[in-house]
Design a protein around this ligand. Sequence first.
Ligand SMILES: Cc1cc2nc3c(=O)[nH]c(=O)nc-3n(C[C@H](O)[C@H](O)[C@H](O)COP(=O)(O)O)c2cc1C
Length: 187
Amino acid sequence: MMSTVVIYKTKYGATQKYAEWIAEALGADLFNIRKFNKDQFQNYDTVILGGGIYAGNINGISLISKNFDQLAGKRIIIFTVGIKDPSQPVNAEEIEKGLLKVLTPDMLEKIRVFSFRGALDCDKVNVLHYSMLKILAQVTDDLNTPDVDEGRVFQEAFEKPQNFIEYDQVKPLVNYVKTMEYIKEQR
Ligand SMILES: Cc1cc2nc3c(=O)[nH]c(=O)nc-3n(C[C@H](O)[C@H](O)[C@H](O)COP(=O)(O)O)c2cc1C
């Protein structure tokens, strides 16, 4: 029997919701990153780490980079949660850049990444985040990608709360882990 752990770092609950769905679908253990001790990695052969995206940085992934030696031989999966649509290439690129701020290219090559859309209610964020969001909303069109308005998604979140959290988004990740478990069992 394979053992899987889902660890999440969340500010406003979106990543936690996805982590709960994944853990339930896989029968995996579930930890808030604050309650997880790196010595517990040894109990698992699949490690799934989820983190929200904040100004291009992905929360929690240093847990993977700092303990990469300890994770040798384990299957590592990262899922990111952001308000931007990750199916747009420009947003997928930004996620990759965020990952590479913390992980080396060699590390990233060994990790499977999934990206989900979260939620954003500007009236519910803390003061620091509110002023960060004001700045992000002012970012104008990138000349390299004139069809993508970088600030629009944040402007919309000031107009009304945005919520893209939906169960279907976890299915590719869940299916991937189940397929890998199945293949391993057949060997
Ligand atoms: C200050 C701030 C900065 C953010 N920056 C980004 C960003 O760069 N890209 C993105 O896709 N989403 C961004 N978001 C949206 C969050 O990623 C989104 O709210 C997500 O659901 C947060 O997950 P969490 O509640 O689990 O932390 C930002 C949100 C805040 C409050």
